[in-house]
Design a protein around this ligand. Structure first.
Ligand SMILES: *[C@@H]1O[C@H](CO)[C@@H](O)[C@H](O)[C@H]1NC(C)=O
Ligand SMILES: *[C@@H]1O[C@H](CO)[C@@H](O)[C@H](O)[C@H]1NC(C)=O
Ligand SMILES: *[C@@H]1O[C@H](CO)[C@@H](O)[C@H](O)[C@H]1NC(C)=O
Ligand SMILES: *[C@@H]1O[C@H](CO)[C@@H](O)[C@H](O)[C@H]1NC(C)=O
Length: 222
């Protein structure tokens, strides 16, 4: 089901690009803007501008399955299931937050929040979603995120490893006692940039929100 939806989606995107190829930059997929405030070999710290995300919460035990369920609701929203009946251009990444007391999903009941980045052209007020989709709009202030890139497909069996590697690199690059830079120990996210029809050259990222207390260039949280 998920595969079918993403195939369809990419097909539609390509079609749109052809139709509107006279207008420049129409095919460029919008991504949230950021600056890099610190760069290490295995991760970087980015300062993201303020951003809004349309979000679908899914409770479950599988990352794959929860994304498929959440993405389906978001896809209906961008295809016109909103109070303005607007078609909304695809953006990247699809950002899925994983909130649990541990990063392991084996406990069975994890809260996944699948998010779709809303273009700044909506100025934080995108069309409201149809209520039955149970989406909500999250508005984020400018904040810092530690990011570790990885290739291939993000799956239940590799995301924990990537998140743990990110947390461990952060801990080695900040002096002992400073590990409190990780803002919310129970909350991590996986950013996915490519549709599932792309088999190679895929980009994913593990994200951890960090506070500014010991990172030059990051805002100090209120
Ligand atoms: C950050 O967002 C604000 C408001 O959306 C915008 O005016 C500003 O140009 C953005 N800054 C960057 C660096 O993208
Ligand atoms: C999740 O992905 C893995 C690897 O691609 C696959 O083996 C598994 O069946 C998927 N699970 C679900 C629920 O889609
Ligand atoms: C959606 O429709 C309402 C009512 O017609 C309008 O006020 C609003 O500006 C529209 N929003 C967008 C993002 O088009
Ligand atoms: C995947 O997405 C990233 C980020 O947008 C892009 O740089 C890369 O070229 C994409 N990969 C493929 C195979 O399209």
């Amino acid at each position: 089901m998920k595969r079918a939806i993403i195939y369809l989606l990419c097909y539609l995107c390509m079609g749109l690009c052809h139709l509107s190829s006279k207008t420049k930059h129409v095919c460029a997929i919008e991504e949230p803007s950021y600056g890099v405030v610190r760069s290490e070999s295995e991760f970087e710290i980015r300062l993201y501008n303020e951003s809004s995300w349309m979000s679908a919460s899914v409770r479950g035990s599988s990352f794959n399955l929860s994304i498929a369920i959440g993405f389906r609701r978001l896809y209906q929203y961008i295809q016109g299931a909103n109070l303005n009946s607007s078609h909304i251009a695809f953006t990247a990444p699809i950002l899925t937050s994983i909130a649990s007391s541990s990063t392991s999903s084996s406990s069975g009941n994890v809260e996944y929040t699948v998010r779709f980045y809303m273009s700044p052209k909506y100025k934080g007020n995108p069309p409201e979603s149809n209520p039955e989709l149970k989406l909500h709009l999250d508005k984020w202030n400018s904040h810092c995120v530690a990011v570790r890139k990885f290739s291939g497909f993000a799956r239940d069996d590799n995301i924990d490893k990537e998140i743990k590697a990110l947390v461990s690199s952060i801990n080695t690059h900040f002096p002992p006692g400073d590990s409190a830079v990780i803002q919310d120990k129970g909350s991590y996210a996986i950013a996915q940039y490519n549709g599932s029809h792309k088999l190679s050259g895929r980009l994913n990222e593990a994200w951890v929100t960090i506070s500014g207390s010991s990172v030059v260039g990051c805002p100090t949280p209120k």
